[in-house]
Design a protein around this ligand. Sequence first.
Ligand code: 2F8
Ligand code: CA
Length: 136
Amino acid sequence: QVVSQGWKYFRGHFYYFSQISKTWYSAQQMCISRDSHLTSVTSEREQEFLYRTAGGLPYWIGLTKAGSEGDWHWVDGTPFNKVQSEKFWIPGEPNNYGNNEHCVNLKMSSLRSWNDASCDNTFPFICKRPYKPSEP
Ligand code: 2F8
Ligand code: CA
């Protein structure tokens, strides 16, 4: 039985890079239906894995400030470390362009790759779920 088709393994998690584009919210719903969430990014190694695999195409990640009085938070519940995350924004971002950018995509093949964008835009997306070995 193939249970991990299309999912890439990296350091304890599986990641799904979609080939279709969705709004941020629809993307998150799709991840949830696959037992996952839009990806969090908690280390430089993970960020490097993500931008390299993304190959310069923009992908939604699980960072949003929608529904949280303006605080950035990871949709999978991981605490957001503002200081450790500064190095992942594209210079000049987040700029809340048009006062309507509350979701984040990874859009450069570089450590500094994050941009805030309108959640209503459609992009491919990256889901993440923990690798849980099943009982024997
Ligand atoms: O120049 C950076 C700027 O580029 C676009 O706006 C013109 C982006 N918009 C979208 O991706 C929808 C901004 O988010 C980005 O800051
Ligand atoms: Ca922006």
